[in-house]
Design a protein around this ligand. Structure first.
Ligand code: SAM
Ligand code: SF4
Length: 329
């Protein structure tokens, strides 16, 4: 492995979230509008070769962890081949995937064979009707089958991510957490972030409240943080097979420890989920830049990574530059 670059706040930047598509087979209310989504056309989206080249350059700079995301990454037709090619890049420490699970039953074995060992699956509810309301698609059973396939194939851990929204699924916090007793899942509760226009204050549930609710279920022990935990604070119920994670980007932001870069499916490098600054790597690629030139531009972007986001400021919340599916969550 190569030494990871650091930014101007002495943070080690060793993690890339690589969005391979802005397309999706769901329309989650907190992420995508129901209709009228402008998708990247063919010339806009990075090709297979461009994605692999940028992953290779990133790894040569010292990025050791890559997460494939989207949009829905498995909705891209060459997703498995892409994972395979990226997994083979020398210097890569871990390759992981975030998916909505719709196509996971079909692809779990291929993903495992391609070299992926850990998956995060979005699951905001255990009720089929509520799933339809949140995602605007009637696909709960497909997702549940995908989750079971992930366990069977041997991904470990399988992390389930639930975005908690007041009046929508906050009544299921306990039920979702109970899954960690029966299965070795890491059930992670994520604070809702203001990516879609909504009455944010009335929907937002702070992590503190989620933890209070979990406390009714049993005693939660804090567990030591592992390398793959990222910004999640980790807990476990006594005797449970799995774990509980709390991710609080809004109420208790994790910027001081942020090690992330993001590459959008149209080739823009972002050093902060909420920043308006993007570095156009696609332009460089298509102008014939060398790996060294592209690497230098990436390091220049890293050196300007913002210290923190300003999500606690309501004015800032109204100016978020791109929706989540388009950045790559
Ligand atoms: N389609 C895949 C999925 O849903 O897992 C990967 C991309 S999705 C954009 C990545 C993650 O972002 C998901 O776990 C999703 O729940 C989360 N996400 C999207 N919009 C969000 C929001 N407004 N607040 C918090 N998390 C959000
Ligand atoms: Fe699609 Fe994931 Fe966004 Fe839901 S959260 S609309 S599954 S990209």
């Amino acid at each position: 492995m190569f030494a990871a670059p650091t930014d101007s706040f002495h943070r080690k930047i060793d993690y890339l979230r690589l969005s391979i598509t802005d397309r999706c087979n769901l329309r989650c209310v907190y992420c995508m509008p129901e209709e009228g989504v402008r998708k990247f056309g063919h010339p806009e989206a990075l090709s297979y070769e461009e994605i692999v080249r940028l992953a290779r350059i990133s790894i040569s700079l010292g990025i050791s962890k890559v997460r494939i995301t989207g949009g829905e990454p498995l909705a891209r037709k060459d997703a498995i081949g892409l994972c395979e090619s990226i997994a083979k890049i020398p210097g890569l420490g871990s390759l992981t995937l975030t998916t909505n699970g719709v196509l996971l039953e079909e692809f779990a074995e291929d993903l495992f064979a391609a070299g992926i060992r850990r998956v995060n699956i979005s699951l905001d509810t255990l009720k089929a009707e509520k799933f339809r309301q949140i995602t605007r698609r009637d696909l709960f059973s497909r997702v549940w089958a995908g989750i079971m396939a992930a366990l069977k194939v041997g991904f470990s851990p399988v992390k389930l991510n639930a975005v908690i929204m007041a009046g929508v699924n906050d009544d299921e916090i306990e039920e979702l957490a109970r899954l960690s007793f029966r299965y070795p899942f890491h059930v992670r509760f994520i604070e809702f972030m203001p990516f879609q226009q909504c009455d944010y204050e009335s929907v937002f549930v702070p992590a503190r409240e989620i933890l209070d609710r979990l406390g009714r279920l049993g005693r939660l022990e804090k567990t030591p943080e592992g390398d793959g935990d990222g910004p999640a604070r980790q807990y476990a119920f006594e005797g449970a097979a799995g774990r509980i994670g709390i991710i609080s980007p809004v109420s208790n932001h994790f910027c001081p420890g942020c090690n992330r870069l993001r590459l959008t499916a149209d080739g823009k490098l972002r050093t902060c989920l909420f920043s308006v600054d993007e570095t156009d790597l696609r332009l460089l690629l298509r102008r014939g830049a060398s790996d060294e030139e592209i690497g230098e531009r990436m390091l220049a972007a890293i050196s300007k990574k913002p210290e923190k986001h300003h999500l606690s400021n309501p004015v800032f919340r109204k100016c978020i530059s791109r929706p989540m599916f388009s950045i790559g969550g």
